[in-house]
Design a binder for this molecule. Structure first.
Ligand code: ARG
Length: 468
């Protein structure tokens, strides 16, 4: 297994442009078309809501600079998983991969699929909210379709990615231009007293950030594939800086446009902001926005499926995942077991889940692990200053981001504790219960072997050699 992964690690094919689209293409997805109304609703005023979007961008830029240093010190692929493994040890790393495979990634898939579904059905229900069951069925259909595409052909799914990337940047550009035109015509009334009614509670601020940060999630995507990046010490920091500042700028302008065109009331009561925006600005062409937002979510969903296989792969080579989840189809070379597994769990999450709560739990869990990763960077900077560091950030940066991350994780709990956050925390901790017998003491290894062989024959998969 090890020499095979070595071979895989030698191929450095991703250049600067690829790296930028790998980050930007995942970041722009469902959030910017779904979260603005929730951010506004929780934080209370248009001014504060723009401040939240800007702060999310700044936080993410700072965090990704820290990740750029981590990625050049620890050069293996695998993102948080590998950084936590190398700094906090196998137990915490296992808790990460455990919760990521069983919850975070499927929740990400489900959240994006729900946004896709909402935009597909929105034009058919102009006056009211569409039936929940219909939205969920469309979301399920999208998940199954994309999982199938990704199981059948990797190259095809990559070209799908490029097409959708163009669609979403165009959609955002249309929204921005529309907003600018309205502003130039003097529609500034929604920005008068723009901080009135701001909610300054800890919980609203935390939740508003969760929703905003969901739209920015994917900023760490390049760290999952550092082994495939050409000249990572140069391209990693560069790609991060270009992609994230671009996305932050786009998100801010899009929000300004939403707020110029819609009153806060209209914005908050809309099921699909881009459709309401489209109806007001483009008139009978409003449905175009619905198509664009659906395509954007579809593309991001595709990217989420595509990159997910890699973390499984890295974790399996460390012995933290059942081998089967890191295998690929013998002829198609697609990571079908991991895809099928993610699809099944995502469909389960879809049954009870709604977009807002999925996003909140996703951000909560994700930021716990970002915080642990950043403490790892602080540890490395203090304890191992001698390590070669082609790119370095001042230590104050990870400390600031860590403080923000701890605030983000604690905010929704201290102010207004909801039992669900306790469940999520217990779930993450339950990783230890699995780790001790199955990974540390390796009880019943034979059982899994038999299952692996059975599944291998059934799914026609083998340990991956090329191009996962
Ligand atoms: N930012 C994306 C969106 O707005 C969600 C990304 C989910 N996370 C991920 N790592 N794929 O839809």
């Amino acid at each position: 297994m090890d020499d095979k992964t070595q071979k895989l690690s030698l191929k450095r094919e991703v250049g600067l442009v690829g790296a930028i689209s790998l980050i930007g293409g995942t970041m722009i997805g469902s959030g910017i078309f779904m979260s603005p109304q929730t951010v506004l609703y929780t934080i209370g005023s248009p001014g504060a809501s723009l401040v939240v979007w800007a702060c999310c961008g700044v936080l993410v830029i700072m965090a990704s600079f820290c990740y750029a240093e981590l990625g050049t010190v620890i050069t293996e692929s695998g993102g948080e998983y590998i950084y936590i493994l190398r700094t906090s040890g196998p137990v915490v790393a296992f808790m990460l991969i455990f919760s990521s495979v069983l919850f975070v990634r499927p929740a990400g898939v489900t959240g994006i699929a729900l946004s896709f579904a909402q935009y597909v059905v929105a034009p058919f229900y102009p006056e009211c909210s569409p039936p929940v069951l219909l939205v969920k069925c469309v979301a399920a259909a999208a998940i199954i379709t994309l999982a199938t595409v990704n199981c059948l052909n990797v190259r095809f799914s990559m070209s799908v990615q490029v097409f959708f990337m163009v669609a979403k940047v165009l959609a955002l550009a249309v929204i921005i231009v529309g907003g600018v035109v309205m502003l130039v015509r003097g529609h500034t009334e929604n920005f008068e007293d723009s901080f009135e009614n701001t909610n300054l509670g800890i919980n609203p601020i935390g939740i508003a950030f969760y929703q905003g940060l969901w739209s920015y999630d994917g900023w760490n995507n390049l760290n999952y594939v550092t082994e495939e990046l050409k000249r990572p010490e140069v391209n990693l920091p560069r790609a991060v800086m270009i992609a994230i500042s671009l996305v932050t700028g786009l998100y801010l302008l899009v929000n300004v446009s939403y707020m110029t065109v819609m009153t806060p009331k209209e914005l908050m009561s809309s099921n699909a902001v881009a459709v309401t925006w489209g109806n007001k600005v483009l008139g009978s062409w409003g449905w175009i926005m619905s198509v664009a937002a659906a395509l954007s979510a579809f593309g991001s969903l595709n990217g989420t499926f595509f990159s997910g296989g890699r973390v499984c792969f890295v974790a399996a080579r460390e012995g933290h995942m059942p081998d089967i989840l890191a295998m690929a189809h013998v002829r198609r070379l697609t990571p079908s077991p991991a895809l099928i597994f993610t699809t099944a769990v995502s469909l389960l999450v879809l049954i009870p889940g709604d977009f807002q709560s999925i996003v909140n739990f996703f951000s909560f869990t994700a930021w716990i692990f970002y915080a642990i990763t950043l403490s790892g960077l602080i540890y490395l900077k203090i304890k191992k200053p001698e390590l070669p560091r082609p790119y370095r950030v001042p230590i104050i940066l990870p400390i600031l981001v860590l403080i923000a991350a701890v605030f983000l994780v604690l905010a929704p709990i201290v102010d207004d504790p909801q039992i669900e956050y306790l469940y999520v925390t217990l779930f993450i901790l339950s990783g230890v219960i699995v780790y001790i017998p199955f990974i540390h003491y390796k009880v019943c290894p034979g059982l899994l072997d038999k299952l692996t062989v059975f599944l291998q024959l059934f799914l026609e998969v083998a340990p991956a050699e090329k191009n996962l």
